[in-house]
Design a binder for this molecule. Structure first.
Ligand SMILES: [Zn+2]
Ligand SMILES: [Zn+2]
Length: 406
């Protein structure tokens, strides 16, 4: 079977249809899965995206881009190739791209999650022969708690801070995560303030999604007691900056899939970590791959090696596909840095325990060697090592547990 979509210098390319999917360089025709900056870049002549995502794409790339919107599921022929977009459940307007030519079907997942998210259409598994999947959280240690539990924890944290006269600074990514949090929390607890980067996107979301009332944090640097009892949403980049001094006595938290790892929370020096991700966790990656019925799986950004090796062990024809995709927007800086740090952390422990496990991480993902018994032992060792780093203490740090007992 020929390769219908290949990774080129400019991005994922469909030669038959002469278009790119989420190109990282300017091209004539770009099909866009979603507006995070590692997937949607300026400079292309024309863009195609799902109708609910047009507003965000224009907000990110400029009002005057040439963009063609299609409804989810609507088929469009591009040079004889059938193209349709289907909900990816990642952020508002996010899509999987289904490409069909002469009966052969490929699907590019973009970023996706299967958990319910009231800010976007729910993920739909699409039957295909070849599935190109992300693997941002492609390690068994990453499995997400129920959203409801996470939002309850956030509400409790906020309420307690309010009782103690503190403000609550919750770090989260500006596009998608912030709006999902606003939809999930209880706005009756107190006032909600947002960083400018988040407020600008809230305005775009409000054209299609109802969000609770929020106030933009004013530009003045003066500390003020107006934030006492308030929830403040800001991108992670503000941590350690002068911007947060205005909030007085503040409790800090970070909402991210990376908070599943105890070391990450400590490294960030935040008081609380809430495990909330807009990407598929390990069980969701596996169940989704199964649900597509794909006989061939190509794995892009994230823990590609691990997922590819696991899938091969399960008898799948799986390969790494190298792309320029990363975490997401601010995540490109923050999450990518965390990913690198975590890789280093697990390498350290792997080296202490068994050098072969480290070798596994470094080996060339493209090589087609079959996994022998030794390889599979190495894999389970590595998965175990990563499992040991998991934060199993829920999200309540010891200090706060003590408080709760009082
Ligand atoms: Zn991505
Ligand atoms: Zn994304």
């Amino acid at each position: 079977m020929s390769e219908m979509i290949v990774a080129t210098k400019k991005g994922l390319y469909c030669e038959k249809g002469d278009f790119y999917i989420d190109p990282w360089r300017p091209v004539a025709r770009a099909v866009i899965t979603h507006a995070h900056s590692d997937h949607a870049r300026i400079g292309s002549n024309s863009y195609l995206c799902a109708a609910p995502g047009v507003g965000i794409l224009k907000h990110r790339l400029g009002e005057n881009i040439s963009v063609d919107a299609v409804e989810y599921g609507e088929r469009k022929s591009i040079n004889g190739v059938d193209v349709s977009l289907h909900p990816a459940g990642h952020i508002l307007g996010s899509s999987q791209v289904r490409v069909e030519y002469q009966g052969e079907v490929w699907v590019v997942s973009g970023d996706y999650k299967i958990q319910a998210d009231p800010t976007c259409d729910a993920f739909e598994p699409i039957q295909c022969h070849t599935f190109i999947t992300e693997s941002t959280f492609g390690l068994p240690v990453y499995s997400w708690p129920e959203d409801r539990e996470v939002f309850e924890s956030i509400n409790n944290w906020w309420s307690k801070n309010k009782e103690a006269g503190k403000s609550s600074l919750l770090l989260c990514y500006s596009l998608g995560k912030a709006q999902r949090i606003l939809k999930g929390i209880d706005p009756s607890i107190g006032p909600i303030f947002t960083h400018g980067a988040i407020e600008a996107l809230n305005q775009v979301y409000r054209y299609s999604i109802g969000l609770p009332h929020t106030q933009h944090v004013p530009l003045t640097k003066q500390a003020s007691n107006q934030y006492s009892g308030a929830l403040i949403l800001a991108p992670p980049a503000v941590l350690g900056s002068a911007w947060i001094r205005r909030f007085g006595t503040v409790s800090t938290a970070f909402a991210s899939g990376w908070m599943r790892i105890r070391g990450m929370k400590r490294r960030y020096a935040v008081d609380r970590g809430f495990i909330l991700s807009d990407h598929a966790d390990w069980p969701a990656l596996l169940s989704t791959i199964e649900a597509t019925g794909a006989s061939k799986v190509l794995v892009t950004h994230g823990y590609t090696d691990i997922l590819v090796r696991y899938l091969r062990e399960c008898g799948k024809d799986a390969h790494t596909m190298s792309t320029n995709f990363q975490g997401e927007t601010e995540e490109t800086v923050v999450e990518e840095q965390l990913r690198v740090e975590f890789a280093a952390l697990s390498q350290d422990s792997a080296q202490q325990d068994d050098e072969s496990a480290t070798k596994l991480q470094h080996s060339n993902p493209d090589e087609t060697q079959s996994i022998d018994e030794e390889g599979s032992e190495q894999l389970s060792l590595l998965l175990e090592l990563n499992g040991e780093s998991a934060d199993t203490s829920d999200t309540v740090p010891d200090a706060e547990k003590d408080e709760e007992q009082e």
